[in-house]
Design a protein around this ligand. Structure first.
Ligand SMILES: [Zn+2]
Length: 172
């Protein structure tokens, strides 16, 4: 997917680079079989909370819960893991910024909009590696995010981390 075709603004802000690097690093907590994704919540240019695509706290990490179609059902996506953690801590997410390398799916976009997050920082090079079966959903997610006035910027460049998505690893 091309962020230019999605009309997403490009960023070369080094702070954005740092936030995205932290997302990739925190994503290593995931036990997902094919994709490790992370997300961070930002307030006043500081990371205040981290999330990854993991099972909810207390749910047993049984291998079968990460396999086949179960891997789409059991783990929370990183964006929702982050927002649920914020709710547990009693932390308001209204008007905050979230960074995550990939674009959110529809369910995560809904959660982002409903929780009042107003800006997303994504990673251009990660979006470019989106597999064909996700393209339509992510385009629709961008559409609803824009309707709800959530700003999106895409950092362009390597951030100095390792990515793992759709079963492939590469330097991000
Ligand atoms: Zn999602």
């Amino acid at each position: 997917m091309d962020v230019n075709l999605l009309k997403i603004k490009i960023s070369v802000n080094t702070l954005h680079k740092k936030f995205l690097r932290e997302c990739y690093n925190y994503a290593k907590k995931s036990k997902h079989s094919s994709t490790h994704n992370g997300a961070v919540l930002i307030k006043n240019d500081k990371i205040i909370l981290r999330g990854a695509n993991v099972l909810p706290l207390g749910v047993k990490e049984i291998k079968s819960r990460f396999e086949g179609s179960n891997r789409h059902l059991y783990p929370n996506h990183a964006e929702r893991d982050l927002l649920f953690k914020a709710a547990k801590k009693g932390l308001s997410t209204d008007k905050l910024t979230m960074a995550m390398p990939w674009l959110p799916c529809i369910a995560c976009a809904n959660a982002i909009i409903s929780s009042g997050v107003k800006k997303l920082i994504i990673h251009k090079q990660m979006i470019q590696r989106t597999s064909a079966d996700w393209v339509k959903e992510l385009k629709n997610a961008v559409e609803i995010l824009k309707e709800a006035k959530v700003k999106i910027v895409a950092y362009d460049g390597l951030v100095g981390a390792e990515a793992y998505m759709h079963g492939e690893k590469w330097p991000a």
